[in-house]
Ligand binder design. Structure first.
Ligand SMILES: [Zn+2]
Length: 150
């Protein structure tokens, strides 16, 4: 399942990417292009825009809360999604592109020194060239998810 979050849901979009979901971020003003994009790319629209929720032809989840934690809970619950641990941290939170593995030495200077010394596996975004490392905030994310699922 792929998503398209509208402009006011930037933080939710980032969280879905952290969990490994393909989530596009739609920042234009046109509801027509939003609809077309969602149909062409087969994406569920996530929005707080009430004008969108009643329209037919594409799937819309109308997010109710202002708070990202509740937004994420609603998205996961409404769509019956069970985040896959293996998929977490496989996607760039900025570009939505899948990260690819790199040699450890390529990460030298791109990440904090202690991170370089204590990690073996590094990945990089093919778009923005950001370097990530496995285990990035892993504990925090698990706690966060446990918090919203309980
Ligand atoms: Zn990127």
């Amino acid at each position: 399942m792929k998503f398209l979050a509208t402009t006011e849901l930037g933080r939710l979009c980032k969280w879905l990417r952290i969990l490994g979901y393909d989530c596009g971020y739609f920042t234009e003003d046109s509801l027509v292009s939003l609809t077309i994009k969602s149909l062409q790319e087969d994406r569920v629209i996530l929005t707080r825009n009430v004008r969108l929720s009643a329209r037919a032809g594409y799937k819309v989840v109308h997010i109710k809360s202002d708070f990202v934690k509740e937004q994420l809970k609603q998205a996961l619950d409404d769509l019956k999604l069970e985040p896959d641990k293996e998929a977490m941290f496989t996607r760039c939170t900025v570009c939505n592109l899948l990260l690819g593995p790199i040699e450890k030495k390529e990460a030298k200077g791109k990440v904090p020194e202690y991170v370089y010394e204590t990690n073996e596996d590094f990945v990089k975004c093919p778009g923005c060239r950001r370097t990530y490392w496995h285990g990035t905030h892993w504990g925090n994310v698990r706690e966060y998810l446990d918090g919203i699922r309980s």
